[in-house]
Design a protein around this ligand. Structure first.
Ligand code: TXA
Ligand code: MG
Length: 338
């Protein structure tokens, strides 16, 4: 079905009540609303409305067995979603919520199976973005994945959402670019061993500090295979500067449009001409001005510029914190083992 997507500009700090009320009315009518969070834009439907949640899968072309995170605005909403809140989960909630941490716990049967992707667990997230919180407060718990077509880079602006989902969804709440530009960290606390399923906005070290236990990270052999963030440009990560420079020469000889992505750890100077140079700051992702250089923006910009090959300058070997989360996303885009 082709919809006339309504794009509403909303104040990111103090969202206008009438706009939130309007968006919440769409959500309650089983329509889809894209909204900003402090990580990336989400595509929301009422969590307890399976027919509406189904529309998310159709709009995104997302496989049905991939569960959705349920976004809440206050702890009381947990009672309808999970059977109990283990003490360790409560510690993390108290410390990191609202904020970019998603926690997986055993679900109540009342949580629609379509939200859980058929599993007996549910992923919970309390975002800190004022627009997200206001929308949830007005509508109730919202199931939301990132607001991109399946396997495309996550959107950090309303323009990105529009590029993927225009005429597929009812409303886009446009609050400008999102703060982190990197998704939430996901920790699975549904079993005895806690596992980090996805690195993201809250560094693993911070979780370990609060929990005082070692955390497992599922490596690619045991992890449910993360689908590649499809990019129309060929993405390559170079081992060293020599490889970077020889790759530039090689691709330019065949008339390919080449761009280089530097990072704050790499030697900036290259002895070659390329169509475009980007800069990604692996540590400074929350710096407001760095939005245009967010990895996801770079991937989308490179496509718009018709860049054939996107060469990433080398990374240091032992990155930690959010830098390691970024490296994971970059390797994913390059189709490398994580
Ligand atoms: O920052 C974020 O987390 C953004 C914003 C919009 O909140 N959301 C997001 O959602 O990235 P999504 O659906 O694009 O990624 C969530 C990941 C998916 O890979 C999904 O399979 C996994 O979380 N997930 C959700 N619920 C799960 C569950 N019960 N068990 C295992 N994995 C789960
Ligand atoms: Mg996603």
């Amino acid at each position: 079905m082709i919809l006339n997507t309504l794009c509403l500009k909303v104040n990111p700090v103090k969202p206008e009540a009438d706009k939130i009320t309007l968006a919440a009315a769409f959500i309650r009518k089983s329509e889809l609303v894209a909204f900003p969070t402090e990580t990336v834009y989400g595509l929301g439907a009422l969590a307890f409305d399976p027919a509406a949640v189904k529309k998310i899968f159709l709009a995104k072309e997302r496989p049905a067995d991939k569960p959705l995170l349920v976004h809440i605005s206050k702890l009381e909403q947990l009672a309808g979603l999970v059977k109990s809140i283990p003490a360790d989960a409560r510690l993390l909630m108290d410390r990191f919520w609202p904020g970019p941490l998603s926690i997986i716990l055993p679900a109540r049967e009342e949580v629609p199976a379509i939200v859980r992707g058929g599993k007996n667990t549910v992923g919970l997230r309390m975002p800190s973005h004022p627009v997200a919180l206001a929308l949830i407060e007005a509508a109730g718990p919202i199931a939301a994945p990132s607001a991109n077509l399946f396997s495309r880079p996550s959107p950090i602006s309303a323009e990105h959402v529009k590029a993927d989902l225009d005429s597929r969804i009812a409303v886009i709440l446009d609050a400008g670019t999102t703060g982190l530009g990197l998704e939430s960290t996901i920790i699975d606390m549904s079993g005895m061993d806690y596992q980090i399923l996805r690195r993201g906005g809250i560094p693993e070290e911070a979780l370990r500090e609060v929990l005082g236990v070692s955390l497992k990270f599922l490596n690619s052999s045991t992890k449910e295979k993360e689908i590649l963030q499809k990019s129309r440009s060929l993405v390559l990560v170079c081992k060293d500067m020599n490889q970077l420079e020889s790759s530039i020469c090689e691709y330019e000889k065949t008339n390919k449009k080449v761009a280089v992505v530097h990072n704050n750890y790499s030697n900036q100077h290259i002895n070659a001409n390329v169509f475009r140079e980007y800069q990604v700051d692996l540590d400074g992702i929350s710096i407001e001005e760095s939005h245009q250089q967010s990895l996801y923006s770079i991937l989308r910009d490179a496509e718009e510029q018709g860049i054939d090959v996107l060469l990433f300058a080398p990374f240091p070997s032992n990155l930690s914190g959010t830098a390691s989360a970024w490296l994971e996303r970059i390797k994913n885009a390059a189709g490398m083992e994580i």
